[in-house]
Design a protein around this ligand. Structure first.
Ligand code: 6GU
Length: 226
């Protein structure tokens, strides 16, 4: 998979891709992430990329031309499955969306900044708009990192044990059951006996029951999807 990320602050997004699992995914050639600085596509002599909104109001708007030039250049080089604008007014990211995006070859993530982007960029190019939750960030960059992480970890070969993505919280609309490792007793707190029993049928049943119990307690809304 190839992801092209367009931003005014690409330096904000370096470390997540240079560490741990995402780094290994890149090194193995399973994912490529390319950053594009909008400033490089500015056309006037001040290298301007934002301007005041027509009609007035607070804040600046990212100009249509630099973004159009950047996206058009990429589109001329390859076919994109989706061009995603990261924005608080997009569809809230879910595991289902991450799963779907993980099946694609080429994606563009467009990070908004300031008050947002000129509507005509959305009309010309954007095929999907995604938010990572009901709160406001200073820009789409951190959201783009979250989205990229959620998608790249699903690519075949990225996780060591392919099972582990399948048993994630949310993958079956259930939260995860409690987990334990050594020691067997810590500060008087033990481990549920069933986990020490070696009875894998009983262990699976316990884990499922716990997952349902915790989901019922914390996120009953998830159970309605089943
Ligand atoms: Cl995608 N962008 C910004 N600026 N804030 C957000 C967001 C995105 N998702 C949640 N809050």
């Amino acid at each position: 998979m190839r992801i092209d990320i367009i931003s005014v602050l690409p330096e904000l997004m370096q470390s997540p891709f240079q560490t741990s699992i995402l780094k290994r995914a890149m090194e193995k050639g399973l994912a490529e992430v390319h950053f594009h600085n909008v400033r490089d596509f500015a056309t006037n002599k001040h290298r301007q990329i934002d301007d005041t909104p027509y009609g007035g109001g607070a804040g600046m708007v990212m100009m249509v031309e630099p973004l159009d030039l950047c996206i058009s250049k990429l589109k001329a080089e390859r076919n994109y499955d989706e061009i995603i604008y990261l924005t608080p007014d997009g569809t809230t990211l879910t595991q289902r969306i991450a799963n779907r995006l993980s099946t694609f070859e080429n994606l563009i993530f467009l990070c908004g900044h300031y008050k947002g982007i000129d509507q005509r960029v959305r009309d010309l190019h954007v095929t999907q708009e995604i938010s990572i939750g009901d709160y406001v960030l200073t820009g789409g960059e951190l959201a783009a990192c979250v989205l990229a992480d959620s998608v790249i970890r699903l690519l075949p070969g990225v996780l060591n044990d392919e099972q582990s993505a399948l048993t994630d919280s949310f993958q079956d609309d259930l939260l995860s059951p409690p987990i334990f490792t050594r020691p067997e007793v810590y500060k008087g707190l033990g481990v549920p006996k069933v986990l020490l029993s070696g009875n894998f049928g009983a262990i699976e049943e316990w884990r499922h029951d716990e997952a349902v119990r915790i989901t019922t307690e914390r996120r009953p809304d998830l159970l309605e999807n089943n």
